[in-house]
Design a protein around this ligand. Structure first.
Ligand code: MTE
Length: 320
């Protein structure tokens, strides 16, 4: 796979956001009206499409937020070494099996303590921010590996501000699609399905927190959580929930999948912290995918300057 950075891409090759949005909307409407077969035929006509709308070029601006000076993990590794238990527990399973997920049409229900419960398509959510942004983030999995990923997305804060939660909203709960036909791993009770996650409101509003729809300048492949997923770079990877269909504003700390499965091992906060080990794995060091030697894990995954203030006064051993 040839990977081109955005500056190498002739602007005529880039799909303007409006065209992208309109095309997706056209496809969605057509898909809604037609049979699965017809919609598959339509999406297959998209230039560069892999499955559904995945892999289409996006227009974006480079954000000043994020990291610089670290090598980005190759596209191949980001898209073939995944955790997406809805497709199996092996790192290679998502890339092999995620083609069964249909990402067009796709809607996200926004509900709970919010001005108005409403169902949005992905395009309507993206329009809540002026443009798509590229954010290069260091990502750290609790299993001890890490990657550097050039995400494309918008700040979650823009969506939150646009939908206007009420004063009762103290946390944001997220939910992945539940459909064992499309997500066959949900037939096995490895986790309680659907996958759920949550953030405290100030974490959700933090400028580093994004809803991602792409990486390396293209729409997300299914294995990375298409069509829309959360990315919270100072927390272990499992907080970054994939293929979101519901965002609910709540007044209490919402349940999270890994905490439900193993509460002693996975807390609600799950901030990257080299000083607090997981019961089975030290968190002091990590292996950057593609590198041989391990490197030190940084407090809050290297984003301490930006996020440490969110947790001042909290005992991070207790609130792990
Ligand atoms: N979201 C869902 N719905 N299901 C999952 O199994 N795995 C999490 C997170 N989001 C997971 C999920 C874990 S453990 C990690 S490390 C990241 O996704 C991996 O994201 P990536 O495969 O895009 O690198």
């Amino acid at each position: 796979m040839l990977i081109r950075k955005s500056q190498d891409i002739d602007s005529s090759e880039i799909t303007p956001k409006e065209v992208y949005l309109n095309r997706r909307r056209f496809i969605q409407e057509a898909a809604l009206a037609a049979t699965g077969l017809a919609s598959a035929a339509l999406t297959a006509e998209l230039p560069g499409s892999r499955h559904a709308n995945a892999g289409e070029k996006l227009q974006f601006r480079k954000s000043e937020i994020g990291i610089q000076g670290e090598d980005m993990t190759p596209f191949k590794d980001i898209t073939t070494y995944n955790n997406f238990y809805e497709f199996g527990t092996d790192k290679s399973d998502p890339a092999r099996y995620a083609h069964t997920l249909r990402t067009i049409p796709w809607t996200v229900s926004v509900e709970g303590h919010v001005k108005q419960d409403r169902i949005y398509d992905v395009e309507s959510l993206l329009k809540m921010h002026p443009s798509l942004e590229e954010r290069v983030y260091r990502m750290r999995c609790v299993e001890g590996w890490s990657m550097v990923i050039p995400w494309i997305g918008i700040p979650l804060a823009s969506v939150i501000k646009a939908v206007q939660p009420t004063s009762k909203a103290r946390y944001v709960a997220f939910q992945t699609l539940y459909d064992p036909k499309q997500l066959p791993g949900q037939r096995r009770a490895v986790l309680r399905w659907p996958y759920v996650e949550g953030l405290r409101m100030d974490e959700a509003l933090h400028p580093l927190t994004i809803l991602a729809v792409g990486l390396y300048g293209e729409t997300l492949l299914n294995q990375n959580g298409a069509p829309i997923r959360l990315v919270v770079p100072w927390k272990y990877g499992f907080k970054s929930i994939k293929s979101i269909v519901k965002i609910r504003f709540v007044d209490r700390e919402p349940p999270t999948s890994w905490n439900l499965a193993q509460p002693r091992e996975y807390g609600f906060y799950s901030n990257v912290n080299p000083e607090v080990d997981h019961p089975r794995w030290s968190q002091a060091r990590e292996r950057r995918i593609g590198e041989f030697f391990k490197r030190r894990t940084l407090m809050f995954n290297g984003y301490a300057d930006q996020v440490a203030g969110l947790y001042s006064g909290m005992d991070l051993r207790k609130y792990y």
